[in-house]
Every structure is written in structure tokens, then in C-alpha cells.
Design a binder for this molecule. Structure first.
Ligand code: G1P
Length: 296
């Protein structure tokens, strides 16, 4: 079985939910305390065995490329000032993995973004990580998906239990059986953003982490071909490829990931993630806790 060595990050979106800050700043670069969200995600991928990070960027996203690049002037200044700890942190960033960039010329959906990286992953399973979901826990969330892929050879979608009132924001899976000991189950249906509760087949919502096998990639290409043939305007979504794959009876797994999840694509999720990280940091937690207590 081929190893999952590469991860695609579609990061070309506008980040409208965080305007005005995202007018000049990619949303993936918004900090949770002192690291951008995308840095946490790259660390998660690397800790899961990923060697190559493929960032699908677009206009206005150059800050991401600069972030994962060397910064001679900054490094020089830190050396001169004797700031060795900070220097080490800065030097480590470009060495996290091999970084590759492709552009998505027009924002035509996450599936279209992923297709821009197709030639880089052909015939290999790959991870796909959307820029929003941080999961903190003992084991990196992506590695839990990769374990399931290695067990079954199937594509794997991360899911989490979602309360009724939030289901309309998620892709919701319908399951063939129960989640077993491995916390995974075969999917037999998929409803992207159900309009009403009665349309939601379960309470398990998709979070933006996947292992995608080449056959699902082929489905994504088929979706694109259909768009071209029928001159359809609109977004090509990874969710559409999963829909086609299920129609074709391909086996796809849902996996409940262990850990505390934060949706940094929403303001409240971003605030919660910041509090969580701050309270886990020795340099911040005491003073910050005092401050929070004073607010209660
Ligand atoms: C995407 C997926 C959806 C998933 C969500 C998780 O939607 O299409 O299935 O539940 O990410 O964040 P988006 O939120 O990008 O519209």
C-alpha cells in the first residue's frame, strides 16, 4: 500500500468571515496567540508523517509563502541581538517539510483548488487539509485518519458529533453501521449542508481533514469534466467527488477524531482556540487565568 506522503492545503479563499482584517491578510495567517493557524496545521501534518506540503494559493496570499521561507534579514538581526531561542524558532519553520506552491487562478471551490495540485499527487493517496479546523489532543488528528487508511486502503473523512442546530453548516454523513472500536465506519451517503434537520442523515459532521485516494481524485476530475461539458458555473467541491464515489459504490470511511476541536473559521472558534492555547502555555497561563477570573 502506498504511504500518504503529501498534503494539499487549499488556501486561496477570501476569508470573508474575518473582514476587515482579511482585506490585506490571508485568513490562514491569523494568529492563535503567536503562531498563524496554518502553522499549527502544518505541524499536525508533519507529526502525522507528511513530507510534502502543497499549498494552493491565490492572489493576496504571498504572506503564507514568505512565512514558510527563510528570512535572512530577520535571522541576521536575531543573531546580532543574541535572541537565540527566537532564532531557533524562526530557523525551524522552513525546515518543517518540503513546501510546494501552486496557484488557483480563480476561486472556483475547494475541489477546483485540489485539482490544481493533481499532477503533484497522481496515483498517490494524499491528505487534504482545509485551513480552519484545529484539533488539540494526544495524537495528531490527521495521523488518526492515516491509520484508518492504512488499515482499510479507503479514503477517510474526519467527522465529529455536531449538535442539531449546527448541522446545516456541515457535510453530514450517513453510515452503513456503527462506529466500531477503531471509531470508523463505512459511509453510505453524504448530504452537504442539509437545509433542514430532517435532511441530515446523522449527527456526524465532516471537519476539514481527509485522506483522499486516487479513485476519489478521479471522481473530482469527472466533476470538473461535467462542469466543462455542461458549461456549469459555480464551485467544484470535494464533497461532489465523494458523492460520485459513493454512487459508484467506492468504500469511504468516516472517522471520529479524538481531541478538542476548534473551528477557527468562525470568530467564536478562533477566540476559544486562543484561550485554549494561552491556558496551555507556561509563559501565559497564570496571568491570563487571573484576568479571566476577574471577568466572571
Ligand atoms: C467544507 C466541506 C464540508 C465540511 C466543512 C468543514 O465546507 O464542504 O463538508 O463540513 O468544510 O469545515 P465549507 O465550510 O468550506 O463551506
Amino acid at each position: 500500500m502506498k504511504k500518504v506522503r503529501k498534503a494539499i492545503f487549499p488556501v486561496a479563499g477570501f476569508g470573508t468571515r474575518f473582514l476587515p482584517v482579511t482585506k490585506t491578510q490571508p485568513k490562514e495567517m491569523l494568529p492563535v496567540v503567536d503562531k498563524p493557524v496554518i502553522h499549527y496545521l502544518v505541524e499536525e501534518a508533519v507529526a502525522s508523517g507528511i513530507e510534502e506540503i502543497i499549498l494552493v494559493t491565490g492572489r493576496g496570499k504571498r504572506a503564507i509563502e514568505d512565512y514558510f521561507d527563510k528570512s535572512f534579514e530577520l535571522e541576521h538581526t536575531l543573531v546580532e541581538r543574541g535572541k537565540h531561542d527566537l532564532l531557533k524558532e524562526v530557523l525551524d519553520i522552513p525546515n518543517l517539510a518540503r513546501f510546494v506552491y501552486v496557484r488557483q487562478p480563480i476561486p472556483m471551490g475547494d475541489g477546483h483548488a485540489i485539482l490544481q495540485a493533481l499532477e503533484l499527487v497522481r496515483d498517490e493517496p494524499c491528505a487534504v487539509m482545509f485551513g480552519d479546523d484545529l484539533v488539540f489532543g494526544d495524537r495528531p488528528a490527521l495521523s488518526q485518519l492515516i491509520d484508518e487508511y492504512e488499515r482499510s486502503g479507503d479514503s477517510v473523512i474526519a467527522v465529529t458529533e455536531v449538535p442539531d442546530e449546527d448541522l446545516s453548516k456541515y457535510g453530514v454523513v450517513s453510515l452503513e453501521g456503527e462506529f466500531g472500536d477503531s471509531n470508523s465506519a463505512r459511509i453510505d451517503g453524504f448530504v452537504e449542508k442539509p437545509l433542514s434537520l430532517s435532511e441530515a442523515p446523522s449527527n456526524y459532521g465532516v471537519i476539514g481533514k481527509y485522506v483522499v485516494t486516487p479513485d476519489v481524485m478521479n471522481m473530482l476530475e469527472r466533476v470538473q469534466d461535467k462542469f466543462k461539458e455542461d458549461e456549469i458555473d459555480g464551485e467544484i467541491r470535494l464533497a461532489d467527488a465523494f458523492g460520485l464515489a459513493l454512487d459508484d459504490n467506492l468504500s469511504i470511511k468516516a472517522k471520529i477524531v479524538d481531541g478538542k476541536r476548534f473551528d477557527t473559521g468562525s470568530k467564536i472558534g478562533m477566540l476559544k482556540a486562543s484561550v485554549e492555547v494561552a491556558l496551555s502555555r507556561d509563559d501565559l497561563k497564570d496571568e491570563f487565568m487571573e484576568y479571566l477570573k476577574g471577568k466572571l
